[in-house]
Design a binder for this molecule. Structure first.
Ligand code: SF4
Length: 361
């Protein structure tokens, strides 16, 4: 059981963040924000997949005006991502953004920050202080050299002090780097000295596979240490992939029940079935399942049920066709491949229903 650090609770629209609330999944649109129709379509698609907070980039004034309709039609809170221009931050807040993200590395003028804080206070908008190693101040970079994680922390703390001096505490913080170790060290250090909620992520994590690995190590490690209130898996891939990976991370560290966990064997010379094909078919079949059941796809009936002993339900190839097993015990033997999948699906639906009934009662 993970002992989570209890941070200060803040509200992003209707979503509670920190204070022991469930870790929230965040992603970012890659449409043009001023193309309101496409952006809303993508936001709704990501919401259906399990995204809970969405961030949109605000590169220009036109994009700020789009926020009015986007925030109205979005089923989840919308964060405006601001770089450099404080006026875009102010207008985004006025147009209804539930939160904004600013980077201490690129909005430095204190008077301008003060103006942002005043408007954010007026509209009760939360601000993520998003420190990024790529845009860290030259002075901090020089001061900390190899210990750049300390520079990330100091940058965030300096910004926070200024916010607090101006009576603003509706804050969330991120300390991202493309380097996994630097990111981990920065979040650990910050978490020791501050109670503000933390948004976790490895920035510029890369394409789908390496990005998934880096994010799983970095975000997964921190979550297991009890650190983190929201997460974003940054991938050079369609944002839908970010949601799938985020959900897998949260399920596997045991922090959220977000549907089934699929396990499957790597196959070997003992296999009696095409496990790769079957596992992909089962993965698709599971898309409707809400319950956190563990489902196994194994290559042979000799070792499969035993190796997947803790699976609630599993399927394995056999010399005669296939078997369905539950908690390591053979439940049904089936000869025909199509029948095998049909029967398997029927059993899964029953387990899913049982779980949902239990949840409701
Ligand atoms: Fe090999 Fe059977 Fe184990 Fe799969 S379940 S890895 S086929 S022994």
């Amino acid at each position: 059981m993970i002992k989570r650090k209890i941070t200060k609770k803040i509200w992003l629209g209707n979503v509670a963040i920190g204070g022991g609330e469930p870790v929230i999944i965040q992603s970012m649109t890659n449409t043009l924000t001023k193309d309101v129709k496409s952006t809303i379509r993508q936001i709704k698609a990501l919401w259906k997949l399990g995204c809970e907070v969405i961030r949109v980039a605000i590169p220009d004034e036109e994009s700020t005006y789009s926020l009015k309709e986007i925030t109205k039609k979005s089923p989840m809170p919308v964060i405006a991502d601001i770089h450099f221009d404080y006026k875009l931050a102010i207008e985004s807040i006025k147009q209804g953004a539930h939160g904004i993200r600013i980077n201490p590395g690129n909005i430095k003028n204190r008077e301008k920050i003060k103006e942002i804080l005043n408007i954010a206070k007026e509209y009760n908008t939360c601000i993520r202080i998003g420190v990024n190693s790529g845009s860290l101040d030259y002075d901090l970079r020089r001061k900390y050299k190899e210990n750049i994680h300390l520079g990330l922390v100091e940058s965030a703390i300096n910004y926070i002090k200024f916010f607090e001096d101006n009576d603003f505490t509706n804050i969330k913080v991120s300390l991202k780097s493309a380097d996994v170790i630097t990111t981990i060290l920065a979040y650990e250090k910050f978490s020791e000295i501050s109670d503000y909620p933390l948004h976790l992520g490895i920035t510029e994590a890369g394409t789908e596979l390496p990005g998934t690995i880096r994010s799983s190590i970095g975000i997964g490690y921190l979550l297991l240490k009890g650190i983190g209130d929201t997460i974003r898996v940054s991938l050079t891939a369609p944002p839908s992939k970010e949601i799938i990976v985020a959900k897998e991370i949260l399920k596997n560290v045991g922090l959220r029940k977000l549907g089934p966990i699929l396990i499957s064997c790597p196959t070997c010379a003992r296999r009696d079935i095409d496990v790769i094909l079957l596992a992909h078919k089962v993965e698709k079949l599971l898309s409707f399942v809400k319950s956190p059941i563990k489902v196994a796809v194994m290559g042979c009936a000799v070792n499969g049920p035993g190796e997947a002993m803790d699976a609630d339900i599993g399927i394995a190839g056999s010399k005669e066709g296939g078997i369905i097993f539950k908690k390591g015990r053979v439940f049904k033997k089936i000869k025909n491949d199509n029948e095998l999948l049909k029967e398997f699906l029927k059993e899964i639906k029953m387990l899913d229903k049982e779980w949902q009934n239990k949840e409701e009662s």
